[in-house]
Design a protein around this ligand. Structure first.
Ligand code: ZN
Ligand code: ZN
Length: 365
């Protein structure tokens, strides 16, 4: 898939150019910002989903009504806000762009049929991805219009889903799987097509805890690119969930990179689960072994007793500034608990610091 032409050559080249010049800033958490609005069930549902089911959707031979079984609580279904409260999502994108983000992530972390099945909304997967990308696109276009010298990029996000293809959720049945590679591939293909059609500049397979899930996503992306005869740059970001420094499916950062290197991503990185301090040794490893750009977007420290995050913008920015001074970073942002204030502080510290030098730049281009 890496011999296909870019879908949008001018934007892909602008991104490559920016990556050679400086450390690029990724936005911060969407969930943390949504939480501040203290939304209730009715906010999540909006008019279209007021009964819990999708008023616009009717399966053949079925009429919605009291007790028809389609109704689900939607509170906490943050991706649904793309359709029911686009004003909130657009405002969050604008805040992060105002804070200095070069790239913003679509509100699509759970917008696969697999994750949406928890809410009975599998049928809106494609729409959520396309509309999610479009909201981010509009926000980037508005920021570029205000500041024409600074290109802004939409990262179309593919989350890990809640299922694990490599491991059994039942310790007594190691051979059992709650999801197969092909089920993941089909779900990711639909999401990918929506993200591309909505105007993403980059696709990111994010918060990877299981390398096999990521491979299904990357396979689906390759299929989508092949079908279109064009491609977008791809980023992969794993997550270290274990005190021994491994992903859930048991790989160190180095093993993770070498399992996915054949996909020739534009960037490999780590995000979530840990704060910057605990993530540092693993980012250091990637910076040494990866012949592509390295990204990181850590949480704002480790969760406190209430599940919140306490690391201040200044503390987080200072730690990440040291990453940059040590030559570890090409792209940096924030995950859980981070806010526009964190991103503004990080952007401030990164200004003037050189990006990590690529070991073999020619192979990547
Ligand atoms: Zn129904
Ligand atoms: Zn996170």
């Amino acid at each position: 898939m890496n011999t296909l032409p870019w879908l949008n050559p001018a934007r892909a080249q602008a991104l490559q150019h920016a990556l050679r010049e400086r450390i690029l800033i990724i936005d911060g958490a969407m969930g943390t910002m949504i939480q501040q609005h203290e939304l209730g069930e009715a906010d999540y549902r909006g008019e279209r989903f007021a009964q819990g089911y999708d008023r616009l959707y009717n399966a053949a031979g079925h009429a919605h009504g009291d007790g028809c079984g389609c109704a689900h609580d939607q509170r906490g279904n943050n991706d649904l806000l793309t359709l029911t409260r686009p004003d909130i999502i657009s405002a969050i994108h604008a805040e992060y762009l105002g804070a200095g983000a070069d790239l913003i992530e679509t509100n699509t972390f759970n917008s696969t049929t697999i994750s949406l099945s928890d809410y009975g909304l599998e049928h809106v997967a494609r729409e959520l991805n396309e509309t999610g990308a479009r909201l981010a696109r509009l926000a980037c276009d508005a920021a570029e219009a205000l500041n024409p010298g600074t290109p802004r990029f939409v990262i179309g996000v593919l989350g890990p889903t809640s299922r694990t293809a490599s491991l059994s959720p039942d310790v007594n049945r190691p051979g059992f799987r709650a999801i197969s590679f092909d089920q993941l591939r089909v779900a990711y293909r639909e999401a990918t097509d929506g993200l591309i059609d909505g105007g993403s500049d980059v696709l990111m397979v994010e918060t990877v805890f299981d390398t096999l899930n990521a491979k299904a996503a990357l396979f689906a992306i390759a299929e989508a690119f092949d079908a279109r005869g064009t491609r977008l740059p791809v980023m992969i970001s794993g997550t270290i969930t274990d005190a021994s420094g491994r992903t859930l499916s048991g790989q160190t950062a180095e093993a993770f990179w070498f399992s996915l290197r054949h996909c020739q991503p534009m960037a490999i990185g780590l995000n979530c689960a840990l704060g910057a301090k605990d993530l540092r040794p693993h980012v250091d490893v990637l910076a040494q072994v990866a012949d592509t750009y390295v990204s990181t977007h850590p949480n704002a420290g480790l969760p406190n007793a209430f599940g919140g995050y306490d690391e201040t913008p200044e503390d987080m920015a200072a730690m990440l500034g040291e990453f940059a001074q040590s030559g570890l970073l090409n792209l940096v942002g924030g995950c859980c608990g981070t806010t526009p204030a964190h991103i503004a502080a990080i952007a401030g510290v990164m200004r003037g610091l050189a990006p990590r030098a690529l070991p073999t730049l020619e192979e990547v281009a």
